[in-house]
Design a protein around this ligand. Structure first.
Ligand code: SAM
Length: 247
């Protein structure tokens, strides 16, 4: 039977998922603007680690804003696109659970983990990711996650979205004993024929859980905001963005 590590990799290497990530490319600019503002507010340097960097959408706009960017991701295919589209950033293949093994003694002014990139594996792995991020942060880290408390009350059982050229149909179930969302995602062509599918499960966190984990990793929680805004996070917001400091 396929392990969870293998499932995660298979999904992130699939044409369907890569197509979805490329379609949200433009949102990378909103994040880069937000990170630039964070830099101003806290007087941070311009050395950024984007992990996981995916197709490089945030890295790309950060480079345009004169940041010195390193991106790390586990997927060869995501990195191939990132390298092609963002020649002025450095991209490295690696596991975000083991950043110091990949980056040695390098430390970054800002380390960003964006777009709900925890919860693919198990809770111990998420804790490893936070320790790993802490080990390469010398300034601040940013953790942007979907808010479990929003998801449980607002996630439709069936959700349709159009990600050209496919209609994407997600059938999702929240499992209260584990706080994991189990998703069956189907891709339909313009005639309504199923042309592919993915099945995955992801752990969703409430703010108090992530705060506890971040503190355990050695961070201080400086602020919690709503997505890439400067609005303080409220319990009904879809996303929470934690600004974490090493000091
Ligand atoms: C939802 S995407 C987010 C990418 C990027 N942060 C963004 O906003 O576009 C999640 C990414 O996590 C990567 N990933 C999954 N497990 C990983 C791991 N153990 N180490 C590094 N990257 C991983 C996937 O390959 C994928 O590119």
């Amino acid at each position: 039977m396929e392990t969870r590590n293998e499932t995660v990799l298979r999904i992130f290497e699939s044409d369907f998922y890569i197509n979805e990530m490329v379609k949200v490319w433009e949102e990378g600019k909103k994040w880069a603007d937000w990170i630039a503002e964070l830099t101003n507010r806290y007087g941070l340097g311009k050395r950024v680690l984007d992990v996981p960097c995916g197709v490089g959408r945030v890295s790309s706009y950060l480079v345009s804003q004169k940041f010195e960017v390193t991106g790390v991701d586990i997927s060869d295919r995501m990195l191939e696109i990132a390298k092609r589209n963002v020649p002025n950033a450095r991209f490295i293949k690696g596991d975000m659970r083991k950043l110091s093994e990949i980056l040695g003694n390098e430390k970054y002014d800002i380390v960003v983990n964006l777009f709900n990139s925890l919860g693919y594996y198990n809770e111990e792995d998420d804790m490893d990711i936070l320790f790993s991020i802490k080990s390469v942060t010398k300034g601040m880290a940013v953790l942007n996650l979907d808010n479990r408390d929003y998801v449980i009350f607002n996630m439709p059982e069936i959700r349709y979205s159009y990600v050209p050229p496919y209609m994407v149909v997600d059938t999702s179930r929240f499992e209260p004993t584990t706080s994991r969302v189990e998703v069956i995602r189907k891709y339909l062509d313009s005639k309504g024929n199923e042309v592919g599918s993915l099945e995955y499960s992801q752990r969703y966190y409430s703010l108090h859980e992530v705060v506890k984990m971040a503190k355990r990793a050695g961070f201080r929680v400086v602020d919690v905001l709503s997505g890439y805004s400067w609005k303080p996070f409220e319990i009904g917001d879809p996303q929470m963005t934690l600004v974490l400091s090493t000091s």
